[in-house]
Design a protein around this ligand. Structure first.
Ligand code: E4P
Length: 221
């Protein structure tokens, strides 16, 4: 597997996606029903717009709970664009759909993963990505990062190709810790992604350099 950490943006807001995509920072996008609600737009329309902006995988989530309807919804979502990644819940119906869709050549993202065993099942079903939810585990006083580490060990033990997509990222520290553990992908809200570049000493250092530069009276070029 290519050793490159990917950054996905976790939003269905076109303006946020465009801004980060223009910076060249985005390898893909994840959406979910709550993010579609927040966008205030129709799922097919907004997903089509996102797919036309971003080349990498764009996760669009099914809302059906049973296999037949998951497959029906997938037929609709997959037609939106080539780079659609079908997001399925970590249930037996979701795993069954994942296996069939993988065999048909679709990209899949098994979502709402909260245990290493769920991730193991996703890998056995051939998922392209599995999404462990770090923040929501932290919310209930469990350790989301510990889960990422467990899944990394298990996948490396057996050379599973499913990529670990660290989701429910809430802080810049989550991004750093996921990278240290070796998550393949982090999906991050736009505001948190933009925070990654920030440090008060960077701002202060720039201020000092610019003031000293002005005193030299020089210009470059
Ligand atoms: C992405 O795939 C997930 O749906 C998302 O990261 C969940 O984040 P939240 O727990 O902040 O809602």
């Amino acid at each position: 597997m290519e050793k490159k950490m990917k950054f996905f943006v976790d939003t269905a807001n076109i303006d946020e996606i465009r801004e980060l995509n223009d910076l060249g920072l985005i390898d893909g996008v994840t959406t979910n029903p709550s993010l579609i609600l927040k966008s205030g737009r129709n799922i097919s329309e907004v997903t089509k717009d996102i797919c036309s902006l971003v080349k990498g995988p764009v996760s669009a989530e099914v809302t059906a709970m049973d296999y037949d309807n998951m497959m029906r919804e997938t037929n609709h979502l997959a037609k939106i664009a080539e780079n659609i990644c079908i997001k399925l819940p970590l249930t037996f119906d979701g795993l069954r759909a994942c296996k069939v869709l993988t065999e048909k050549g679709h990209k899949t993202n098994m979502t709402l993963c909260f245990t290493a065993n769920q991730a193991l099942l996703a890998a056995k079903a051939g998922a392209t990505f599995v999404s462990p939810f770090i923040g929501r585990l932290d919310d209930i006083d469990l350790n989301g990062m510990e889960l990422i580490a467990e899944i990394r060990t298990i996948f490396d033990n057996y050379d599973f190709r499913t990529e670990i997509l660290a989701a429910s990222i809430r802080t810049v520290n989550h991004v750093k810790e996921a990278a240290l553990i070796g998550a393949d992908v982090v999906t991050v809200p736009a505001a948190t992604l933009k925070q990654l570049v920030k440090h008060p000493l960077t701002d202060k250092g720039l201020e000092i350099f610019l003031a000293d530069w002005a005193k030299t009276g020089q210009k470059i070029g």
